[in-house]
Every structure is written in structure tokens, then in C-alpha cells.
Ligand binder design. Structure first.
Ligand code: B12
Length: 222
């Protein structure tokens, strides 16, 4: 079985909510030394995205989405465990969560796994997180980044609220804010004054590591 077939198998397992097939695809990918992060974002995520299209066209409903989401959760956890990097020196700290009113946390979960596997310390606040909680946690742990995920056009305003609170509390320059989720865009990030919009998990890693490298270069200069 080639890489393409394994990716289709992964996608199909999410569409059919088939946990056995999902784990089989994972085993197969492992035996072929396929990059598991790629399998997660290219294979399994393709399945959940297709479910989104089916939902939008009225072909499937919330219960089917929930079953597909369960497969994503199982697989993300499995892959994260395989990528365990607890002894890696930590390069930066990220506080992350899904904003208040929003329960979509699959994408955030993927971001957490991939970011962690690149040596970034992650504090995951879960979902339906009030704006002030992001800031309180960042203050508590001395974070570098605050990342918020929003999947609904009605909840993305909470990303703006985080920016407003940071300004109000004189903390705007202390943290780099990252916004993500399907309705977020580069334009939205600019409009609300966020540090960056990240399209996906690898974009998030790139953005954080670029900042880490710039900080290192600055340290060397002084
Ligand atoms: C699965 C799903 C659900 C599941 C969520 C389960 C879970 N635990 O997450 C359930 C069934 C619970 C659900 C519920 C609802 N959903 Co829903 N759901 C989806 C669906 C199909 C997939 C979302 C997903 O997981 N995508 C896959 C991941 C991998 O992609 P992602 O989230 O975009 O994440 C990537 C990037 O965005 C980025 N990223 C994400 N977060 C972050 C954060 C940071 C900091 C950074 C840097 C990057 C980043 O990196 C990720 C990985 O690459 C989408 C369709 C879609 N196209 O998004 C609809 C969708 C988001 N849902 C929708 C709706 C309407 C709802 C409901 C209101 C339905 C209802 N009538 O009840 C409820 C809302 C509940 C609530 N209050 O939140 C609409 C939203 C419409 C809108 N414009 O607002 C969508 C778009 C479906 C549609 N086409 O209509 N949903």
C-alpha cells in the first residue's frame, strides 16, 4: 500500500467513524515510516474537512460530525504519545485554547501536538475559554505566545476581546498573539492587532520558531 492509499484510508476512517480502520491506517503509516504529522494534517484532517462539506450541504448532521470528531481525538492522542518529547529543551511557551462559546477543539489539538513535538511548551486551556483566562494563564506561566482558536463567525469576536484586554491591562507588548481557526484570516489578525494569523499547525510552528531564532540572534548581539 502506498502513501496515497494510506492517506485515503485515514480520511475514510474519519468519514465512516471507523476507529479500527483509523488505527490500521496509523499502524500502516508507522511501518512505512510516513511522517505522522503529515498523516494527521493531510490524511485524517482531510476526512473531517469532507465531513464539514457534507454537513454544509445537508448530507450529514451533528451526530455524524460528533462521531467523526471522536476518531480525530483518538488519533491525535495516539500520535501525540508517539511523538513524546519530554526531555527536549523547551524553546518557548504557548498558552492556547478555544474561545468562549466555541467547542471546536480538533484543530487546536493538532496544533498542540505538532507544536509540542517541536520543543515548545504548551499550556492547553481546553475549550470555551473566557478571554481573560488566556491572559491570566499567560501571566501565571510567563508565556511568550497566546494562541486562540475560533471556528464560528459568532465566536471569533473573542479573539478581538483578548487583544482589547491586553491593551487595557498594559500587556500588549508582553505577549505575541496567534489567531487560528477556519474563519480567521491574515486580514482579521491585522484588523484586531494580533501578532500573526496561522493557517495550520505547521504554519504555527514556523511562526513560533522564527521568533525564537530572532530572539536568539538578538541575545548574541548583546
Ligand atoms: C467537527 C465539527 C464540529 C464538531 C466539533 C467537535 C470538536 N470536538 O471539535 C461538533 C459536532 C461538536 C460541532 C458543533 C457545531 N458546529 Co461545527 N464543525 C465541525 C467541522 C466539520 C470540522 C472542524 C474541524 O475539526 N476541522 C479540522 C481541523 C483540523 O481544522 P481547523 O479547526 O480549521 O484547524 C486547523 C487551522 O484552522 C489551524 N488552527 C486551528 N486552531 C488554531 C489555533 C491557533 C492558535 C493557531 C495558531 C492555529 C489554529 O490549525 C489547525 C490544524 O491545521 C467544521 C467544518 C469546517 N470546515 O471547519 C464545522 C463548522 C465549524 N461547524 C459549524 C457549526 C454551525 C456548528 C454548530 C453551530 C452546529 C449546531 N447547529 O449545533 C455547532 C457549534 C457548537 C459550538 N458552540 O461550538 C459551522 C460554522 C459556520 C460558521 N461560519 O460559523 C462549520 C464551518 C460547518 C459548516 N460548513 O457549516 N462542529
Amino acid at each position: 500500500m502506498n502513501k496515497e492509499n494510506i492517506f485515503s484510508m485515514a480520511s475514510e476512517s474519519v468519514i465512516n467513524s471507523d476507529d479500527k480502520l483509523a488505527l490500521e491506517a496509523l499502524e500502516m503509516a508507522k511501518s512505512k515510516n510516513i511522517d505522522l504529522m503529515e498523516l494527521l494534517s493531510g490524511g485524517f484532517s482531510a476526512g473531517i474537512r469532507e465531513m464539514g462539506e457534507k454537513y454544509a450541504s445537508g448530507e450529514v448532521f451533528v451526530p455524524e460530525l460528533l462521531m467523526a470528531a471522536r476518531i480525530m481525538k483518538i488519533i491525535t492522542a495516539e500520535i501525540e504519545e508517539l511523538m513524546e518529547t519530554s526531555d527536549m529543551p523547551k524553546k518557548a511557551k504557548l498558552v492556547i485554547g478555544t474561545v468562549k462559546g466555541d467547542v471546536h477543539d480538533i484543530g487546536k489539538g493538532i496544533v498542540c501536538s505538532i507544536v509540542k513535538s517541536n520543543g515548545i511548551e504548551v499550556y492547553d486551556l481546553g475549550r470555551e475559554v473566557p478571554p481573560q483566562t488566556f491572559i491570566d494563564k499567560a501571566e501565571e506561566v510567563g508565556a511568550d505566545f497566546i494562541g486562540s482558536s475560533a471556528l464560528l463567525t459568532t465566536t471569533m469576536v473573542n479573539q478581538k476581546e483578548i487583544e482589547r484586554l491586553l491593551v487595557e491591562q498594559g500587556l500588549k507588548d508582553k505577549y505575541k498573539t496567534l489567531v487560528g481557526g477556519a474563519p480567521a484570516t491574515k486580514r482579521w489578525a491585522e484588523k484586531i492587532g494580533a501578532y500573526a494569523y496561522c493557517e495550520d499547525a505547521s504554519d504555527t510552528v514556523e511562526t513560533i520558531l522564527k521568533w525564537v531564532n530572532e530572539r536568539e540572534a538578538l541575545k548574541e548581539m548583546v
